[in-house]
Design a protein around this ligand. Structure first.
Ligand code: SAM
Length: 371
């Protein structure tokens, strides 16, 4: 493309690239980050985003086969030795906290299918400086684990639920477990977990007839109902552009329930935009929209991900990863691990490039990345 035809936005990127992101600049930034982060408790990337949130996929295995997430053929299960051990995870997370990570989310696959998860969480909660540990689950095993999770220190739960109808639950997940999940949701609310957020991936022709019913849940329950735009991640899911529904369309369709007013979000809340229906009494729920496709929120992205096989990933929608497991298993020092964490943060793209990717698909599998 001739330079003369670049629009002002592109010129800005060129200038930014030429002036900032030279190898020398990165080198200095890396040294600066390594030196300053533990002291001032902040990891800041090249685009001034403070990276404070680590999502950890504990396993690629799941007890459901959701049509938007898991390919029908799961392929080979990762051999146990390919997952990071709890010892390795504790070491990496401890070092990440020293650098400035403040919030950790355990996800998967289904995190609750990993053996001895409760004692792992207890040890995680003992890491000095880590006060915010959250869990994302499909809810299937909540009735079994809720007490233990509570006593281990977890209070904040995200629960995936894409339908309120038993038959459709079977169609979406492949398992007749709606009642069990719903029991789990009621139980954790009674027990005082808070916030409890319901993640609903909206799919046209599959569950969009229930958008209003989900929205109404926020009137009657202390739940944050979060509508997530369907993302094209992984091969073998039912993804198709015709299935995608934008957050704006969802918002329009649930407006029959009432008028939404925006709520203030805390800096740890990440990219969700949160609302409440006007007149909703205190203590009742809220509505969240997560719109990675229609409203890129990359400028507010504070996340780093650790996949189930120990790869660091700075962007959900980019397949670029750092092999941390290799560093751990060749006897890497704490500094080597910190370097890898910092380097991954320095490599964090300014914004995702999904639309430029061939086939409009990110090829990593959701269960290993952790959502
Ligand atoms: N097993 C847990 C669960 O079901 O919540 C955690 C793992 S799951 C991969 C994490 C989150 O990713 C879930 O909230 C799920 O709805 C979301 N997710 C999975 N595939 C998605 C897709 N293609 N588009 C949008 N969200 C997706």
């Amino acid at each position: 493309m001739p330079l003369s035809s670049l629009g002002s936005e592109n010129w800005y990127s060129v200038i930014e690239y030429m002036t900032k992101i030279t190898p020398e600049f990165e080198q200095t930034q890396q040294e600066k980050l390594l030196k300053e982060s533990p002291a001032n408790g902040q990891l800041v990337d090249l685009f001034s985003r403070s990276i404070s949130y680590l999502r950890v996929s504990l396993t690629d295995q799941c007890n459901l086969r959701c049509i938007y997430c898991t390919p029908k053929e799961m392929g080979e299960k990762l051999p146990c030795g390919e997952l990071l051990s709890y010892e390795e995870l504790l070491r990496v997370i401890g070092l990440a906290v020293e650098l400035g990570i403040r919030k950790v989310r355990l996800t998967g696959g289904e995190p609750l299918v990993r053996k001895n998860i409760v004692s792992f969480i207890r040890r995680l909660a003992a890491i000095p400086g880590l006060h915010d540990i959250r869990l994302t689950t499909n809810g299937v095993m909540l009735t079994k684990y809720a007490e233990d999770l509570y006593s281990a220190g977890i209070r904040k739960l995200n629960i995936s639920l894409d339908t309120l109808k038993r038959e459709k639950f079977i169609r979406i997940t492949g398992a007749d477990l709606f009642d069990q999940v719903w029991e789990g949701i009621k139980l954790v609310q009674r027990m005082g977990f808070s916030p409890v957020k319901l993640n609903m991936v909206a799919m046209r022709g599959i569950n969009d007839d229930e958008l209003v019913d989900f929205a109404r849940l926020s009137l009657t329950h202390s739940l944050q109902v979060r509508f997530i735009e369907f993302m094209p991640i992984g091969d073998g899911t039912i993804w198709g552009e015709e299935r995608y529904i934008s957050a704006d369309e969802i918002r329009e369709r649930i407006s029959v329930v009432g008028e939404l007013t925006a709520m203030e979000t805390a800096c740890m809340d990440g990219p969700a935009r949160i609302y409440r229906f006007k007149g909703t009494e205190q203590g009742r729920g809220s509505i969240g929209f997560i719109s990675p496709i229609s409203h890129k929120f990359c400028d507010r992205c504070n996340r780093l991900r650790l996949t189930s096989e120990g790869r660091l990933r700075s962007c959900l929608l980019s397949d670029k990863e750092t092999d941390l497991k290799r560093i751990l298993r060749v006897g890497g020092s704490d500094d080597d691990i910190k370097n890898a964490l910092v380097q991954t943060i320095l490599d964090k793209p300014k914004s995702h490039t999904l639309f430029e990717q061939e086939g409009f698909n990110c090829h990593g599998r959701m269960s290993r990345i952790g959502g």
